[in-house]
Ligand binder design. Structure first.
Ligand SMILES: Cc1ncc(COP(=O)(O)O)c(C=O)c1O
Length: 389
């Protein structure tokens, strides 16, 4: 069979304005970056607290390598379950106020592994329309019937719950802080509905972990819903500056996932240095609440500044500020012109976001300086003027 289709598909992506390429970062991840050889202000990272290059994480990783070596050598169920995995899990459970936690190799793997372990053929998963691709893929992999409800639409969610037969297993899955819109799910209402109709709630706190709630424990903790949300997933590679993911919940949930979750079972476990970094990051989040305060201060400053320039920003009050442009090509042009002025705010297109909602996804960091924000706002103003206001 000829492989000509590969080139043809690439041409088609280019024609649709959906072609992507990798950009290369030289050096460290910080509020400024060397991107493809250019020094830029970084407004495109999930390293919200600036921990990815923190001295405490570096030191923890080095020490773990000295003590435990580099690779873990096997999956957790064979010989790859090391003391640091369990130490990190105990720390996460304490942070989340749950009985137990289980570490996964990434958020993607956690979501596909948990959803396919907890739901199967004949069950129903109710999933928010803006949930992350890893949740979408987990739903597909589970082979359950999937009811996608419009973003945060409690009426349609309730209809879906009502229409599902009482006896079957029902799972509601939602992000707590949405990755592309930066808005919060109406979690208290979702939990009420789940309890009324006998459904289980699973949340994805990828973007809330380390940032929201007491000690950065997330939105569930902020709302005091801990014991009403049985499955709480989050990631370690965003605000926590390390890598990997967790699922927090009951001891039984942990046991079931160890036995059923294929993306947990059939993969080499994370290396000790990564565990050590995540442990150090959680300690820092407890010790340095001022990082979260600095992040909120920066969010407000950028938001106020963009509004003053006449940009319409939507509802997000969080560290994720979407600036919706609409058309994919126009969005990428805007992003490119900002980059020429030394500001990296990634354009996000379908399939990551729905067609017609291409946007700049502007993300703030605790470590952006006043000067950084001032320069960024000036660039936005100049690019906007070039686009005819
Ligand atoms: C909401 C959400 N869930 C899960 C993931 C996947 O996490 P990871 O990058 O650790 O695979 C991401 C982002 O990558 C995300 O934004």
């Amino acid at each position: 069979m000829s492989a000509d289709f590969i080139g043809a598909e690439l041409q088609e992506l280019k024609r649709q304005g959906l072609y992507r390429r990798l950009r290369r970062v030289e050096g460290e991840q910080g509020p400024t970056l060397n991107l493809d050889g250019q020094e830029v202000l970084n407004f495109s990272s999930n390293n919200y607290l600036g921990l990815a290059n923190h001295p405490a994480l570096r030191a923890a990783a080095k020490e773990a390598i000295e003590r435990y070596g580099c690779g873990s050598g096997a999956s957790r169920l064979i010989s790859g379950n090391m003391t640091l995995h369990e130490e990190l899990e105990a720390k996460i459970a304490a942070l989340k106020g749950t009985e137990a936690a289980l570490v996964f190799n990434s958020g993607y793997q956690a979501n596909i592994g948990v959803l396919s372990a907890l739901a199967g053929e004949g069950d129903v998963i109710l999933s928010d329309a803006l949930n992350h691709a890893s949740i979408v893929d987990g739903c597909r992999l589970s082979r359950a019937t999937v009811v996608v409800y419009p973003h945060c639409d409690l009426g349609v969610l309730e209809d879906g719950l009502k229409n599902a037969p009482a006896r079957i297993r029902k799972l509601i899955v939602t992000e707590t802080l949405f990755s592309m819109d930066g808005d919060e799910a109406p979690l208290a209402e979702i939990v009420n509905l789940a309890e009324r109709y006998g459904a289980v709630v699973m949340v994805d706190e990828a973007h809330a972990t380390g940032v929201f709630g007491p000690n950065g424990a997330g939105v569930v903790a902020k709302l005091g819903l801990g014991n009403r949300v049985p499955v709480q997933m989050g990631t370690l590679g965003k605000a926590l500056g390390a890598f990997g993911a967790y699922v927090a919940g009951s001891r039984e949930l942990r046991e079931l996932l160890i036995n059923r979750s294929r993306s947990f079972i059939f993969t080499t476990s994370l290396p000790p240095a990564v565990m050590a970094m995540a442990i150090a990051a959680i300690d820092l989040v407890y010790k340095e609440p001022q990082r979260r305060l600095a992040l909120w201060h920066n969010c407000r400053a950028l938001r106020d500044g963009l509004k003053k320039l006449g940009f319409s920003l939507g509802e997000s009050q969080s560290q994720i500020q979407p600036l919706v442009i609409g058309d994919a090509q126009k969005c990428m042009d805007f992003s490119e012109r900002l980059l020429q002025k030394g500001v990296f705010a990634q354009g996000i297109r379908p399939p990551t976001v729905p067609p017609g909602t291409s946007r700049l996804r502007i993300t703030l960091m605790a470590t952006h300086t006043h000067e950084n924000l001032h320069r960024a706002l000036k660039a936005f103003e100049e690019v906007q003027a070039g686009f005819g206001g």
